[in-house]
Design a protein around this ligand. Structure first.
Ligand code: PLP
Length: 371
């Protein structure tokens, strides 16, 4: 059996159709989209098409989409030089936490809201902060470690009431749940190609008002003068293709992966004693299950599962080099121990029932060994 990949919140496998869409742009359609000859116009048309596809996934028009190299870059772009106080939360991705800490105007206050044991901020606390002055709110739509979904429509309404700017990290939400920017007062939103079965090297900052976007890179004036540098056409074409497929198969994928995740989660809880789900009882992405194993070092469990051909993680891939227990689980449980005992299983529509059965057997036998 091939190794089983249950780490789809870290990155995803390219779909064959997307690979097929990319290939001509690595070979015969290699032109620079800024060139005025036919090689350039083929690339420029592909870029325009991808911009429509990416926008359509989240209910945005093409002129609202600005391409860049990753969601991390888009997040830094969105909060860079922010001239208001920033309100964020303890469970954000490192890209937001660090961009808010280092990228903002340092004269401005940074407020980091606590979360409850479900991983959610309190709307009352948010509103209390918004009453104190002009604010930029930077929050996740869906958490990458637990899959917990924030009530973004309610948060957006609160921001609108208080005149706050709302920036949303929709990296994990896009392609897994429906997003319609045309119906919500969200000012900016970021998504990432490689999290939704597209290639690495493409991300997007998607904004309500394109006129408000400030330049990130100065140079030849690409991305309407906001991000100079020749566009990564093959990656952006793949990003567009992946978004089109995500929109087309959104419900089907969610149903398939939701059934697999629910089976995995309920069987782990049934077969293994001393287990719990981080973020249980809340609205969660259909693909993610973050499970705690009492008395088991999560790093050891991940390593032994890897030896049996099962790829899972203890949290964000960005933290795996630091070996610090997840800041997200610590914030939710207020327990260093529980954070050390929690493992993230993140599935995709590409997984199968046989793989779930294999992983269940592997988890049971590894836990028996470790305990
Ligand atoms: N935000 C979230 C919620 C993520 O899960 C990730 C990646 O792990 C990022 C941002 C950063 O995305 P990228 O790898 O495109 O920089």
């Amino acid at each position: 059996m091939q190794p089983v990949y249950f780490d789809n919140n870290s990155t995803t496998r390219l779909e064959p159709e997307t690979l097929e869409a990319i290939q001509p742009f690595l070979t015969q359609h290699f032109g620079n989209p800024s060139s005025s000859h036919c090689f350039g116009s083929v690339a420029a048309q592909a870029l325009a098409f991808a911009r429509r596809e990416v926008g359509a996934l989240v209910g945005a028009t093409p002129d609202q989409v600005f391409f860049c190299a990753s969601a991390t870059e888009a997040i830094n772009w969105a909060v860079r030089g922010c001239r208001t106080r920033i309100v964020t939360s303890e469970v954000e991705h490192a890209a937001t936490l660090n961009a808010c800490a280092h990228g903002r105007d340092s004269q401005q206050q940074l407020i980091t809201l606590a979360v409850d044991h479900h991983g959610l901020i309190s709307l009352e606390m948010l509103e209390e902060e918004l009453r104190k002055g002009e604010s930029t709110v930077a929050l996740l739509w869906a958490n990458n470690e637990t899959g917990v979904i924030c009530p973004i429509p309610e948060i957006a309404a609160a921001c609108q009431r208080h005149g706050a700017y709302l920036h949303v990290d929709a990296v994990q939400a896009a392609g897994k749940i429906a997003i319609d920017l045309s119906q919500l007062p969200i000012d900016s939103l970021v998504i990432s190609s490689h999290k939704l079965f597209g290639p690495k090297g493409a991300g997007a900052l998607i904004v309500r008002d394109p006129a408000r976007v400030e330049p990130l890179l100065w140079g030849g004036g690409q991305e309407r003068g906001r991000r100079s540098g020749t566009e990564n056409v093959p990656a952006i074409v793949g990003f567009g293709s992946a978004c089109a497929r995500a929109a087309l198969f959104l419900d089907e994928r969610a149903r398939h992966v939701g059934a697999l995740r629910d089976h995995l989660e309920s069987e782990v809880l049934r077969r293994v004693s001393g287990t719990w789900v981080n973020g249980d009882g809340t609205h969660r992405l259909p693909n993610t299950s973050n499970i705690g194993f009492d008395g088991v070092e999560a790093e050891a469990l991940v390593g032994m599962l890897d030896a049996r051909g099962v790829a899972v993680s203890t949290g964000s891939a960005c933290h795996s080099s630091t070996h610090e227990p997840s800041h997200v689980i610590r914030a939710m449980t207020r327990s260093h121990r529980k954070a050390n005992e929690s493992v993230r299983f993140s599935l995709s529509h590409q997984n199968t029932q046989d793989e779930v059965e294999y992983v269940l057997e592997a988890v049971c036998s590894v836990i028996a060994e470790l305990r």
